[in-house]
Design a protein around this ligand. Structure first.
Ligand SMILES: Nc1ncnc2c1ncn2[C@@H]1O[C@H](COP(=O)(O)OP(=O)(O)OP(=O)(O)O)[C@@H](O)[C@H]1O
Ligand SMILES: [Mg+2]
Length: 258
């Protein structure tokens, strides 16, 4: 089931450099939250702290708390691998496992979770590919390599792979930035469907996309180059785009900077 995220006092570092500072926000279940803001303000960094991917980078660390319902993802004893299973991620560049078939790309995570029976795997692979709106295009070539699909199809394959293991939260870092407009619309439609089951957070540089797909929008900014990024405001998307509380948000969305 989709879970609520509650972040408090979160800062993230690369070595001694603080990339984001003192971020607090909540994300409601079964909703889409968009992260917007100029390049370098820490959107990707913050996204990666939500499933403990940040600490994979050498010398990187996180301060603060990320609650997923009643569990602090940073409490001692929490297994980061289990966190990443619960909080899935889709990246900017579609990254299917290149030598694996379409089928195996989707089945890989299920197998890692111990699913062995072919019948069970078949059912879930089909369900995930249907969930990602890709089934009809690939059902006759499931054993062909994932790398042989178009960019938009590969991104939907990555979404199928991510949802196959039934995460509760899906993080997407500019998932459409490498795609053509038709594939982009396909992914946006898909996000609208997925939010009935998942809690979704998406980073985007496309203001129209944020306005189209998200329920709430968070604007991040940095005071100056070299300063850590901060959350400036988060609100209903409609409000952020019509009547934001902070002048910097208004300037950004109306294209006056960034
Ligand atoms: N692996 C890393 N090692 C060191 N510093 C990093 C690393 N990744 C990001 N940074 C720094 O952290 C800050 C925030 O970067 P981040 O990638 O989170 O920004 P962003 O908002 O996602 O930008 P963009 O819109 O360009 O993707 C930047 O100053 C960046 O240089
Ligand atoms: Mg980024």
């Amino acid at each position: 089931m989709a879970k609520r995220i509650d972040v408090s006092g979160l800062s993230a570092y690369y070595g001694s450099a603080k990339a984001i500072e003192d971020i607090s926000m909540t994300v409601e279940p079964r909703s889409v939250t968009a992260f917007i803001g100029p390049s370098g303000c820490g959107k990707s960094t913050f996204l990666r702290t939500l499933n403990r991917m940040h600490e994979v980078i050498p010398n990187a660390h996180v301060e603060g708390k990320v609650m997923l319902d009643d569990e602090n993802l940073y409490a001692s004893g929490v297994d980061p691998v289990a966190v990443r299973r619960t909080v899935g991620m889709v990246f900017q560049r579609p990254n299917p496992f290149p030598t694996m078939s379409i089928y195996d790309n989707v089945a890989a995570g299920l197998k890692l979770n111990g699913m062995r029976r072919k019948g069970d795997l078949d059912t879930l692979v089909e369900k995930s590919l249907k969930g990602a709106n890709l089934w009809n295009e690939v059902k006759d070539r499931l054993n062909k390599p994932g790398a042989g699909l178009s960019g938009g199809q590969q991104q939907r394959l990555c979404i199928a792979r991510a949802i196959a293991v039934e995460p509760q939260v899906l993080l997407m870092d500019e998932p459409c930035s490498a795609l053509d407009p038709i594939s982009t619309l396909a992914i946006e439609d898909l996000i609208g469907e997925l939010k009935e089951r998942f809690t979704i957070v998406i980073v985007t540089h496309n203001m129209q996309q944020a306005a189209r797909v998200s329920d709430r929008t968070a604007f991040f900014n940095l005071a100056a180059v070299g300063q850590p990024g901060r959350l400036i405001e988060i609100d209903e998307t409609e409000r952020i785009f019509s009547n934001p509380s902070v002048q910097a948000t208004e300037d950004y969305i109306s294209g006056r900077f960034g």
